[in-house]
Design a binder for this molecule. Sequence first.
Ligand SMILES: [Zn+2]
Length: 136
Amino acid sequence: MSTGKKVQLQKYRQHLQKVREEIIAKMQRATSNGREVRISAEPSDSGDLALSSYMKEFLYKLNEVERCRFLEIETALERIREGSYGQCVDCGSPLPIKRLEVLPWASRCTACQEKLEQLQQEEEAERGDQEEAANF
Ligand SMILES: [Zn+2]
């Protein structure tokens, strides 16, 4: 890996970590508001369990967009560690630097992202039909 690319990666990682920390700080504020309720409802002092339920509550407190963003950031940081960062997960083509500058958590090129969104919309429409059918 060239030095230039390493510097670039470092920049994306810092950007990702900053956004991640902002989301976590926001989540912590939201969680501390409901702390009393949580403790009385959950008298467990197992570290791991507490952490994972804390994480779950954490994610639950976020809105849809923030939750997706947080998971995307986690994945992007993982991909930086793996060395697959900056490639489209679907077609493998390198992501344009401009796209990464704006969306450092992007894991797909614009074309694949659009394809995916279209697919998700179609699936949602289908699921809606099935749910309606199940009600009768
Ligand atoms: Zn692609």
